[in-house]
Write a protein that binds this ligand. Structure first.
Ligand code: ATP
Ligand code: MN
Length: 479
């Protein structure tokens, strides 16, 4: 007989049926007559209750059933006597698959801090919080592919090791097989990468965009969904050194089409979570409310599910960077010197404190900012007629700030190479990228959604290290 998953047992009404259930013991309680085991197998947030008639079992066997132990139970599905659950299992035979020493097991049946759980990331899947996040993460991965598949986009695998360092999206991790103890040098004393594995200097990619654009120039609508790496020493709750990014790239899309797609995409993902992850969302919502009990009323965030619905029901506000700067410049926190980075005027780079002010305080809705000064954006963004701003768009979300960054791309060979010269980007390494503008160039657009930023929003968690199983961050690569 094969095991039945707890998620299916809890739905079942086949009382009297013989079943096998396997999982990990969350708690065991009871008395000399009867024991109750709360069992979880990862298939849902709920445990199933196993009823054990103590006199029917060997005393030593029952002693080995402790929190954290894994067991296989053969029993009968029965209607629950207690409240709170509809079904339970009356155990016939119990096999302990793996014991778990309760003296040494780091996960006690009580609330642990998220900081502590990060130190035992190899075990934190066994908590309700992380099993919920893991299930939602899976649902969101699936929803990403569903959304694009239904729209006729093709998924492209772009390289993880790259020789181009011109993406301009941040510091890169070097990939090399050179011997660090005796690095080969050129006559000028520089590192001789011609002796390295690829015969040149290579890095881990910061974005799949440039290769994505190559594919879009034939397949029209594509997306990538892969790991990206940034060696920035930023120890924030919104940055990882290794994160997953979804990057659609579309031929024949202008900036408005790009914004429409980004908004539709985010709403699709959030609706998918509401439709498919409600048990886990309810659990996380309760958890969040518990955590925020001690905060002042005006510092508490909106209830999680209400917040997700709120985003679904509202159009995102669209305005230009210049309009945003005017709002920020005249805002109370700016006038009172409350921003860490005061806004002086056009040209100021926006920090997350500014992004969150616009979203949470001023508009109280998600915001898409467009037409940023060219100086603070990448070389490939399409120049506006004013010659100063580019057709960039950043989608800003409550609690997070920037969740999506994108743009209409510069399709003109002359303008693109002009920007590259201004920004000191060597054309010779980028010949393949520039070829797309030489041969049948078309207007096109794309954006990047940081998958873990989406996960932060959907789960209501506040630290990005808690929405990826094994976070990579400065000085953090244990598991
Ligand atoms: P930020 O200004 O927030 O550092 P960015 O402008 O450097 O982000 P982009 O290069 O535009 O980011 O990357 C596209 C998207 O990838 C961002 O909108 C964000 O959702 C996500 N992202 C960027 N950097 C990180 C990171 N270090 N960790 C997790 N997600 C990230
Ligand atoms: Mn960005």
């Amino acid at each position: 007989m094969r095991r039945t998953k707890i998620v299916d047992l809890l739905q079942s009404k086949e009382f009297g049926k013989q079943i096998i259930v396997k999982g990990w013991v969350r708690t065991k309680r009871g008395n000399k007559q009867v024991n109750f085991i709360a069992l979880n197998d990862g298939s849902c947030i709920h445990n199933i209750q196993i009823v054990v008639d103590v006199p029917d079992f060997d005393e030593n066997l029952l002693k080995r059933i402790t929190t954290g132990a894994s067991v296989s139970i053969n029993g009968e599905l029965i209607e629950s006597q207690g409240s709170g659950q509809s079904v339970e299992i009356k155990a016939k035979t119990i096999e302990v698959l793996g014991e778990c020493d309760p003296e040494k097991y780091p996960l006690q049946p009580k609330k642990h801090s998220l900081e502590f759980l990060r130190e035992i990331a190899h075990l934190r899947f066994r908590t309700n919080t992380f099993s919920s996040i893991t299930r939602i993460r899976h649902a969101m991965i699936f929803a990403v592919h569903k959304f694009f598949t239904e729209k006729g986009f093709y998924n492209i695998h772009t390289p993880i090791i790259t020789a181009s360092d011109a993406e301009g999206a941040g510091e890169m991790f070097q990939v090399t097989t050179l011997n660090m103890d005796s690095v080969p040098r050129t006559e000028e004393g520089k590192i001789d990468f011609s002796e390295d594995f690829f015969g040149r200097s290579t890095n881990l990619t910061v974005s799949g965009q440039l290769e994505g654009e190559l594919a879009a120039m034939a397949m029209a609508e594509i997306y990538t969904f892969g790991p990206t790496f940034r060696a920035e020493n930023s120890n924030t709750s919104r940055h990882l050194s290794e994160f997953w990014m979804i990057e659609p790239e579309m031929a024949f899309y202008d900036l408005d089409d790009n914004m429409d797609l980004a908004e539709e995409f985010l709403k699709f993902l959030i609706q998918y979570a509401l439709d498919n992850c409600m048990d886990d969302l309810l659990f996380l919502s309760k958890r969040l409310q518990e955590e925020e009990k001690n905060k002042k009323a005006d510092e508490r965030s909106m209830e999680l599910i209400e917040k997700l619905r709120f985003v679904m029901e509202n159009d995102f506000v669209r305005l230009t960077y210049s309009e945003a700067i005017d709002i920020l410049k005249n805002s109370k926190p700016n006038k009172k010197g409350k921003f860490n980075y005061p806004i002086t005027g056009f040209g100021s780079d926006l920090q997350s404190e500014h992004e969150r002010y616009l979203v949470e305080k001023h508009f109280k809705k998600p915001v898409i900012l467009t037409d940023y000064p060219k100086e603070i954006k990448a070389f490939y963004m399409k120049l506006n007629e004013d010659g100063n701003t580019v057709r960039a768009m950043d989608v800003l979300f409550p609690q997070i700030g920037e969740i999506i960054g994108g743009s209409q791309r510069e399709e003109s060979y002359e303008k693109l190479t002009g920007r590259m010269q201004e920004m000191d980007i060597p054309e010779k390494d980028m010949w393949w990228y520039l070829d797309t503008r030489r041969y049948g160039s078309v207007p096109h657009s794309g954006f990047g959604l940081g998958f873990e930023r989406l996960m932060l929003f959907v789960t209501g968690m506040s630290n990005i290290r808690d929405v990826i199983p094994f976070p990579r961050a400065p000085k953090t690569a244990e598991f």
